[in-house]
Design a protein around this ligand. Structure first.
Ligand SMILES: [Zn+2]
Length: 269
């Protein structure tokens, strides 16, 4: 395969609202967070792709449940990259902050970020612009969603705030491949936080149109999330005011406190 052929990234729908992202060059494929093997096997067969690697962001079953079946059926030698700080079935490469993962086919270089919050061991994979990638790509698991963020099952608001700050520092045109289609419900909440955010209102209309045609609302971009995602806007006056109002706290001294207040609100929204 020509090194300069652009890589393709496609969603493989799984369960009710998961996306298993497939990165491929027309011959070789990686999948991210295969919670279920069956739709992955169907997709690979349909597209005549061979699986050359599995990338795992965190230990939850809807992201890892298909790994062993894929290895059993397609070959036990397929490398499985996953967070160093969790038990991941079949993991062969324990990935940590700052690691650079070089994959030959499909040809891609991935940088690892540790992003605790949703789980403590959660990692994300970032591909900067390369000869076969025209825009940077982020595979963020359940840390960041379009207009939302993952529930804090294991980590603290401070950890999630720091994790989202790592993403905020990436280029605005970075394509963000979230693993759930939660966008419309996230937008309903985001509009409760910031009813006058004009970019959010426009995004709401676009997202509703996509869903009414049964199309994914993803990938999103870092630039769009900085404009529309309340969890990435905890330093903005409108978000701070809404967080104070809902929590009844007059003093929210840091953006982590603001995130804690709006996350608690979202959990009961
Ligand atoms: Zn999860």
């Amino acid at each position: 395969m020509d090194k300069n052929t652009l890589l393709q990234v496609w969603p493989i729908p799984a369960f009710d609202d998961n996306y298993i992202w497939c990165i491929h060059d027309g011959l070789s494929a990686l999948v991210v967070d295969p919670g279920d093997a069956t739709p992955v096997l169907h997709y690979l067969e349909q597209k005549k792709l061979s699986l050359t690697g599995i990338l795992i962001t965190h230990h939850h079953a809807d992201h890892t449940g298909g790994i062993l079946e894929l290895l059993n059926i397609l070959g036990a030698s397929i490398p499985v990259y996953g967070p160093a700080n969790n038990e991941i079935p079949g993991r062969t490469v324990a990935a940590m902050e700052g690691d650079e993962i070089e994959i030959k086919a499909p040809h891609i270089s991935l940088k690892v970020f540790e992003v605790p919050g949703h789980t403590l061991g959660h990692i994300a994979y970032f591909a900067n612009t390369q000869s076969n990638i025209s825009e940077p790509m982020l595979f963020c698991g359940d840390t960041l969603f379009a207009s939302g963020c993952g529930r804090l099952f294991e980590g603290t608001p401070t950890q999630m705030n720091q994790s989202l700050a790592k993403f905020a520092a990436l280029p605005n045109n970075t394509l963000v491949y979230c693993t759930h289609e939660y966008t419309l419900s996230n937008i309903r909440f985001a509009l409760a936080v910031e009813p006058n955010n004009s970019q959010l209102i426009a995004w709401s209309e676009k997202a509703q149109a996509l869903r009414s045609q049964n199309k994914p609302t993803l990938p999103t971009t870092i630039g769009q999330e900085l404009q529309t995602n309340p969890f990435m806007r905890c330093d903005q006056a409108a978000v701070i005011a809404a967080a104070k109002d809902i929590s009844g706290q007059h003093d929210l001294p840091s953006s982590a406190h603001v995130l804690a207040a709006i996350r608690a609100w979202k959990d009961r929204f």
